[in-house]
Design a protein around this ligand. Sequence first.
Ligand code: F6P
Length: 359
Amino acid sequence: MKIGMLTSGGDCQALNAAMRGVVKGLEESCNGDVEIYGFLNGYKGLIYGDYRKLTGSDFSGILTRGGTILGSSRQPFKMMRVPDENGLDKVEAMKSNYRKLGLDCIVILGGNGTQKTANLLREEGLNVIHLPKTIDNDIYGTDITFGFYSAVDIATACIDCIHTTAASHNRVFIVEVMGHKVGWLTLYSGVASGADIILIPEIPYEDDKIIDAIQKRHQQGKGFTILAVAEGAISKADAALSKKERKEKLAKEAKKWPSVSYKIADMITERTGSEARVTVPGHTQRGGSPCPYDRILCTRLGSAAAKAIVEGKFGNMVAMKNGETKLVPLADVAGKLKTVDPDCKMIAEAKRIGISFGD
Ligand code: F6P
């Protein structure tokens, strides 16, 4: 059996753990009769035929290693049908490299954009298996993506550290959490670290509500306030704008504030007279080794992927649903985003204990 493998898009802690699961599962199932071709730096490697032939030993000892042994890059889906600067048809190039190597399947690890291209390759006739990677946890059709809980650990640890210094200095602190257009990471790390105000894109905020929450804490004798703010958080007023208007406004604001947290910090300082500080853990949230939960998740997803490959069940994402691994057709999920439901129980429970969502 000949298998191709690639990791695409922003990395996360558990990519190696997932690949290890696939390869170990295949080697056991095929009595070692498996050839692995690792394409380097995401789809770039598949497009330009940049690959390495790997053996089982390349996947040994990498369960706890962050990053990806194959390297990664962003190759936007919308550019896949656009020829490169030398006129190369990228989709045809990927198909040709797959066929030249005589692959039986290609295992693609990545987030939403990666998944869309995986689905395109499926439509073009390649045997594809997708594994849902992203710290953002926004892949539709799976309860959880790998990388998410490792990132929750890091964002939580960051807010925990801010908590102690905020308490010493009686300050307002904002920690800006990654998550692209969704609020999963902010919601989970915010609740885990006891943030007082959590702002996520799915619940547009109002300045007045943020100020009310800070003042309420003040009246309760609490000198500090911690805000966990998603990088994609948006005000109610901005959310009401058309896409074009919003884009123009954001472009203007970007000249003044590096991100939404700085804008909120200025608003708080202006309205309360108290200094508000911003901390951005940024890419640390994708770094380091995977947490135990992700190691288990990836071992299970990887092993289930190996089973799907041996059984010829291609064209699927290997998902986790209700604690069980499950094959979900790429055709059903590609291009869909899993967002936080503002009416979900977790938000209601958080609000019940006094956490403000700025709404
Ligand atoms: O999708 C993962 C992610 O880390 C997002 O949370 C974040 O918005 C984005 O990638 C950052 O991308 P880049 O690494 O290209 O700056």
